[in-house]
Design a protein around this ligand. Structure first.
Ligand SMILES: NC(=O)c1ccc[n+]([C@@H]2O[C@H](COP(=O)([O-])OP(=O)(O)OC[C@H]3O[C@@H](n4cnc5c(N)ncnc54)[C@H](O)[C@@H]3O)[C@@H](O)[C@H]2O)c1
Length: 255
């Protein structure tokens, strides 16, 4: 028996980065994993990685900004695996960098639809199966930008603050039904999002600000996610947790 033997886990944004690393880790620990993403090719690569490890997964192309697609993702999971124990609402985009005044209304809406409505839609779609089971864990990916502001990324920052609020409301409403909800607040994790979204000098700047002096690998984030989803974290609920190498610890970094 491993930590997630007989458990069913849905991971959104499973085509790369934190989602892929987490899906692979859940599967290695015995879970049957539904891999959801808009990127079909990436999904197949993640599924192949899980298969190579001897694990089991189901791929469901899912746009989390479309509620019907989220319902389909959950329905396919229940049809294939019988239940939902964990959902990791991780899919997200950074959006275009711009000052508030220069951010097009369509871009604001696009980021809200994916990063915030997407988490709400997936949560709403997964909850009936969890309530029926009398147990479940919901992990939502916020960001350190859910705890502090970030210039030139106002839609992203607003959605990540919103994800933390949604996580708290979910915990208040469903704890008595045996369901936990927690948010993670990653700092700088080295993924496509950061490697394509930030210029090298900005990444050098992050490394200089981070007490540990580096970004994390997606696997380091996945270790935290799978622990939070496990029974070892059975009293973690309604809270938001940084994984940021000390980034938000304060001012006065000593060399
Ligand atoms: N990398 C970081 O430093 C960092 C820091 C804080 C928070 N995060 C958050 O972590 C999460 C994962 O990001 P990542 O760094 O692994 O980036 P990533 O770009 O590698 O992965 C994001 C995944 O989400 C998918 N996705 C995008 N839009 C989607 C949609 N509408 N429906 C379904 N899937 C969609 C992408 O195809 C991609 O596979 C995001 O929510 C991101 O905001 C990342």
């Amino acid at each position: 028996m491993t930590e997630f033997t007989n458990k069913v886990v849905i991971v959104t944004g499973a085509s790369g980065g934190i989602g892929r690393a987490s899906a692979v880790s859940f599967a290695k620990q015995g879970a049957k994993v539904t891999l959801a993403d808009v990127n079909a090719e990436g999904l197949e690569q993640t599924a192949a990685m899980i298969k190579a490890d001897g694990g089991e997964s189901l791929t469901v192309i899912t746009n989390v900004a479309d509620y019907a697609a989220c319902e389909n993702m959950v329905a396919k999971t229940v049809a294939a695996f019988g239940k939902v124990d964990v959902i990791f609402n991780n899919a997200g985009i950074s959006g275009e960098r711009a000052l508030v005044i220069d951010t097009p209304i369509e871009e604001w809406q696009r980021v809200i639809d994916i990063n915030l409505s997407g988490v709400f839609y997936c949560t709403k779609a997964a909850l009936p199966a969890m309530v029926e089971n009398g147990s479940g864990v919901i992990i939502n990916t916020a960001s350190v930008d859910g705890l502090v502001g970030m210039g030139t990324l106002s839609p992203y920052t607003a959605t990540k603050h919103g994800v933390i609020g949604l996580t708290k409301s979910t915990a208040l409403e469903y704890s008595r039904k045996g369901i936990r909800a927690v948010a993670i607040c990653p700092g700088y994790i080295v993924t496509d999002m950061t490697e394509t979204g930030f210029a090298q000098e900005e990444k050098d700047g992050f490394n200089a600000m981070i007490p540990m002096g580096r970004g994390a690998s997606p696997e380091e984030a996945a270790n935290f996610v799978t622990w939070l989803a496990s029974d070892k974290a059975s009293y973690m609920n309604g809270s938001a947790h940084q994984i940021d190498g000390g980034l938000l610890a304060g001012i006065g970094l000593v060399d």
